[in-house]
Every structure is written in structure tokens, then in C-alpha cells.
Ligand binder design. Structure first.
Ligand code: ATP
Length: 267
């Protein structure tokens, strides 16, 4: 495939995929952007209570957690960010990062992708290979109500020579589906799922979504290691708690691991 001739994102197509939810979002599309998260964090929120979405045909400096990079190529994927404003005085809902992963997983399943899995806290895999990355950053202060900027990158059609360093191997929708969707349709479908799941999480908490997350847990009952600032921790992944903390069965008993700056790896 000639990657210089990809279809650009199209607002009308995004709106068509959103259907009745189109009016809920204010979607902006840029031909190029360093990081859609950084840009949304810097911009003032939209008027009228709509949910701001910024998507870029080409993201030149996509960020992951802990200063890592999200790699993308023109036409190879979908990269966008959503500014999610919480009700005045409400805290950021526990489990938010897991719920964003769940929403992306549901959108991929709706398209017919088999073997969609979630890796705690928020990576989306297909049969063990990473297809999407998520970066959530919080905005508060400067007179703004508490909000989360939710950044999502989904691989659609990676270039054959793409070199991505990953502990899990990578995949894309072109490898999962005979007829992968356009980036615009995918954006509309993911936004609709985010609206559904983040809405439930903000209103009623993570508890009711816990079963749906655990059904897709890539490491359910498997040995894992947790790497991060604290000492490495090894155990069996037995699920997630009501607040989204990872539950790890270790020789010293059941441990809760909070998703801060930690990464999960196969044990
Ligand atoms: P992990 O738990 O995998 O250590 P993370 O949750 O910190 O990582 P993210 O911040 O979601 O990871 O994404 C950054 C990482 O994703 C990079 O370090 C790289 O390994 C991997 N990556 C970067 N670009 C892509 C891509 N297009 N497709 C799949 N994986 C990618």
C-alpha cells in the first residue's frame, strides 16, 4: 500500500458513525499535530458543554506513559484525544484508565475483531499483540474544573517496515479484519463507546464494569511481574478490585497494585 495516499480524517464520516451522539462532541481534525494530548491540555475547553475531541491525520510526537513514545505513520492508525470534564466537585472516577481500555476493546469487537484482550491498566491487545495505547492525563487548576485528557492511538495499517520496540509485539486492524474501517468510522465508534462506558464509570463507579473488564483480562490467572518504581513484584493475576487496582496473589498473600508508574509483564 502507498502510505503517502491515505484517506484523511473526515468530520462528516465521524458524525455519521456517531449517529445520534454527534451533537455531544466537538470534533476538530488537524492534518498534523505533535501530540493531540498536549494540544488539548493547552487549549481552553469548548463552549456549550460539548466534549472536545482532537484528532490528527499525522501525530509527530505521540506520547505514552512515563515519557515513552507512541509511534505512528501517516495513514497507519488513528490518534486522537478527548477532553472529559467531570461534574463540578466530583473526583476522577476510580478505574477510569481501565474503562477507557474497555471502551476501545468494545469498539474493536463491534467491528468483528476476535481475541480482543485488556492488559492492566489500559493496553488493548489482540491475541497477545498490542493494537492500541492509551494515555490519560489530568487537568485541574487555572480556574478549570477537573477534567481528564484521554489520548488513544489505534493501529490500522502499520507500514511493513515499521520498527516498534514492544514487550508484546504489535498488530493492526488490517491483520484482524478483511475489510478494516476508515480512521473516521473507527473514531466515531470509539467515541460512542467512550461516551457509554466513561459515562457509566463517572455516574456509578467502576464496580459494575469490573466483570466486563475481567472477561477480557489478557493475564487472568497467569503469572505476572509488576515493574516500576517499587521493587519488582511477582504473583498470579487474579483480577482487578472495585477501584481498578490489580489483584495479585503473591507468596505473602493478596496484594493490591495501584496503576501509577508501574508496568505489567508476563511472569
Ligand atoms: P507498558 O505497560 O507496555 O510498559 P505503557 O502502558 O507505558 O507500557 P503506553 O504508554 O501505552 O505503554 O505506550 C507506549 C509503548 O507502546 C511504547 O513504549 C512501545 O513499547 C509501544 N508502542 C509504541 N508505538 C506503538 C504502536 N504504534 N503500536 C503498538 N505498540 C506501540
Amino acid at each position: 500500500m502507498d502510505h503517502s495516499r491515505h484517506a484523511a480524517l473526515d468530520r462528516a464520516e465521524v458524525a455519521a458513525a456517531l449517529g445520534g451522539l454527534a451533537a455531544v462532541f466537538s470534533v476538530e481534525i488537524l492534518p498534523e499535530c505533535d501530540s493531540t494530548n498536549s494540544r488539548l491540555l493547552a487549549d481552553p475547553p469548548p463552549e456549550g458543554g460539548r466534549i472536545a475531541v482532537l484528532a490528527a491525520d499525522r501525530q509527530t510526537a505521540g506520547r505514552g506513559r512515563r515519557g515513552r513514545a507512541w509511534q505512528s505513520w501517516p495513514g497507519a492508525g488513528l490518534t486522537f484525544s478527548v477532553l472529559w470534564q467531570f461534574a463540578p466537585g466530583a473526583p476522577v472516577p476510580a478505574g477510569l484508565s481501565l474503562v477507557v481500555g474497555l471502551a476501545v476493546a468494545r469498539a474493536l469487537e463491534e467491528l468483528g475483531v476476535d481475541g480482543v484482550q485488556l492488559k492492566w491498566p489500559n493496553d488493548v491487545l489482540v491475541n497477545g499483540h498490542k493494537i492500541a495505547g492509551i494515555l490519560i492525563e489530568l487537568v485541574s487548576g487555572r480556574g478549570r474544573p477537573l477534567a481528564a485528557v484521554i489520548g488513544v492511538g489505534i493501529n490500522l495499517r502499520l507500514p511493513p517496515d515499521a520498527e516498534i520496540e514492544s514487550a508484546f509485539g504489535v498488530t493492526d486492524l488490517a491483520r484482524c479484519l478483511d475489510a478494516p474501517p476508515s480512521a473516521s468510522r473507527l473514531l466515531g465508534l470509539v467515541l460512542a463507546q467512550l461516551h457509554h462506558f466513561v459515562g457509566i464509570c463517572a455516574a456509578a463507579g467502576f464496580d459494575g464494569l469490573r466483570g466486563a473488564w475481567q472477561q477480557r483480562n489478557a493475564f487472568a490467572d497467569l503469572p505476572v511481574r509488576i515493574l516500576g518504581e517499587v521493587e519488582p513484584l511477582a504473583g498470579t493475576c487474579v483480577g482487578v478490585d472495585v477501584d481498578g487496582a490489580l489483584l495479585l496473589q503473591t507468596p505473602d498473600g493478596l496484594r493490591r497494585v495501584l496503576s501509577g508508574d508501574v508496568s505489567l509483564r508476563a511472569g
